[in-house]
Design a protein. Structure first.
Length: 397
C-alpha cells in the first residue's frame, strides 16, 4: 500500500466520519449475524445475501440511505474476506469495531480522473458524497489506481492508501550473505558485527508521555478533558510508530541492496507475544514481566522487518531454525547455556571465543542459512573464517 496524508476540511471531515460510522455499523451487523450461528442451524448469510439485506435496510433507514452504498457494500466485502481468512487459518476471527479505533472505509471502481495532481506537493482524490479531498503528494501515485482506502488513526490523522504491488529490489550479485538476529535490547544484530536500533521516543517525550498517562488516570471517564488527553497520548504513540516503520523501510531496503541472501530466524511472533495471564482456575506466573517482554518484541518491529524483507528481497530471505542460535559458539559449534555471560557478552568455555552475544547469534543464523541454501541446490555460502572443526563435545554442528 502506498499511503499519503489526507488533508480534509472540517466539513469534509464530518462527512468522512459519517462514512466511517456507516461502514462500522454494517460491519458490526455482519458480526452479529454470524455470532448467532451454531452447529445444526442454517448457514449464516453470505456476501450476496447481506447485500440484499443492506438494500432493505437502506430503504427503511433514511440516515443509512444518505450514505454511500459503495462504502457500505465494501464493508460487507471486507467482512467476507476476513471470514475467509479466518477459515483459511491465516487471520483471526472478525470482531466488533468500536468508534475511534480502526476507523476507515474502502472505495472501489475508481476512474482514471478520480486522482489528480494539483501542484508539486498537493494532490486530490474524489470521495463519494464528499467531493475532492486534498492529500500531500509526497511521492508518485501508481498509474491505473482501481481502489483506495481512507483511514483515521487514534491521533485524528487521516490517510489515503492506494494498493501497489511492490517492485522487488535487484540482488547485488556479489554472493554476500548476512544473518540477522532480532532482539529486544538490540533491534537487529547483523553477522557483519553491526548493531541496529529502532528509534524510540526521546527522553523528553517519554517524560511527557508519563505525565499524560498520570493525567489520564485522574480524568473522569467520558469528560472532554479525558478525550483531549487520550488524543495527546495517541499522537505520541503515533510518532513512535512512524519512526519504527521508517526504520524498517530503510533497513530492509539497505539489506536487500547489499546482500544476495538474508537469513533470519523462523520465529512464531504471535505465539511469543501471547499473554501469560492464564485463566481464573490456572492463573499464570510472571504476567507483568511477560507483558513487558511482549511490548519490547512488538516495539522492535520483528514481524514487519521480515515481511518487508520478503517483499523487497523476493526469494532471497532464508528462515532458519532458531534453536540454539543464542547458545552455540560460532567459532567451534559447541552449545553451552553458560557461555552467555550477560545480555551482551558471549564467551565460549571450550575455545575461548568471545563476541557480542547478538552478533554471535547472527553468525550462527548465517551459517545455518548456508545449509538451507545448499540443500535447495544453491551455491554454498561457506563457513565463517574463524570456524574450525572440533571433536564431539556437548552438541556440535
Amino acid at each position: 500500500m502506498s499511503r499519503f496524508r489526507l488533508q480534509p476540511t472540517p466539513a469534509q471531515e464530518r462527512m468522512l466520519l459519517e462514512h466511517c460510522g456507516h461502514a462500522r455499523f454494517v460491519w458490526n451487523l455482519a458480526v452479529e449475524q454470524h455470532a448467532h450461528w451454531q452447529p445444526g442451524r442454517k448457514a449464516a448469510p453470505g456476501y450476496t445475501e447481506q447485500c440484499r439485506q443492506l438494500t432493505q435496510a437502506r430503504a427503511a433507514n433514511p440516515w443509512l440511505a444518505a450514505g454511500s452504498v459503495m462504502v457500505q457494500q465494501q464493508a460487507l466485502k471486507d467482512f467476507a474476506q476476513a471470514k475467509a481468512s479466518f477459515f483459511g487459518r491465516t487471520n483471526r476471527r472478525p470482531t466488533w469495531r468500536s468508534r475511534g479505533r480502526g476507523e476507515g472505509f474502502r472505495v472501489v471502481a475508481v476512474k482514471p480522473g478520480d486522482v489528480r495532481r494539483v501542484s508539486r506537493k498537493v494532490g486530490e482524490v474524489r470521495v463519494p458524497k464528499v467531493g475532492w479531498v486534498r492529500f500531500r503528494w509526497s511521492r508518485a501515485v501508481a498509474d491505473g489506481v482501481k481502489s483506495y482506502r481512507i483511514t483515521r488513526d487514534r491521533a485524528g490523522r487521516w490517510h489515503v492508501a492506494f494498493p501497489v504491488v511492490p517492485e522487488p529490489i535487484a540482488a547485488p550479485g556479489t554472493g554476500a550473505a548476512v544473518g540477522v538476529d532480532r532482539g529486544v535490547v538490540v533491534s537487529a544484530a547483523l553477522s557483519t558485527g553491526e548493531l541496529l536500533l529502532v528509534p524510540a521516543l526521546r527522553d523528553t517525550e517519554k517524560v511527557r508521555l508519563l505525565r499524560l498517562q498520570r493525567k489520564l488516570a485522574r480524568a473522569q471517564r467520558g469528560s472532554t478533558r479525558r478525550g483531549k488527553v487520550k488524543t495527546a497520548i495517541a499522537r505520541l504513540k503515533a510518532r513512535e510508530t512512524y519512526r519504527r516503520k521508517d526504520w524498517v523501510e530503510k533497513t530492509s531496503t539497505r539489506l536487500a541492496r547489499e546482500f544476495d541472501v538474508i537469513a533470519v530466524e523462523d520465529l512464531k511472533i504471535t505465539n511469543m507475544t501471547r499473554s501469560a495471564k492464564g485463566t481464573v482456575d490456572a492463573p499464570g506466573r510472571g504476567v507483568r514481566q511477560k507483558a513487558g517482554l511482549n511490548r519490547g518484541i512488538l516495539a522492535n518491529g520483528w514481524g514487519l522487518l521480515v515481511t518487508r524483507l520478503e517483499h523487497k528481497a523476493l526469494g532471497r530471505v532464508v528462515k532458519v531454525d532458531p534453536r540454539f542460535t543464542s547458545q552455540r559458539c560460532s567459532a567451534c559449534g559447541v552449545v553451552d547455556r553458560e557461555a552467555r555471560e550477560s545480555q551482551a557478552v558471549f564467551r565460549c568455555r571450550f575455545c575461548g571465543f568471545a563476541a557480542n552475544a547478538d552478533v554471535n547469534a547472527a553468525l550462527n543464523i548465517r551459517f545455518a542459512a548456508g545449509h538451507a541454501v545448499t540443500a535447495r541446490g544453491g551455491p554454498p555460502l561457506g563457513r565463517p573464517a574463524n570456524r574450525e572443526p572440533q571433536r564431539d563435545l556437548l552438541l556440535v554442528w
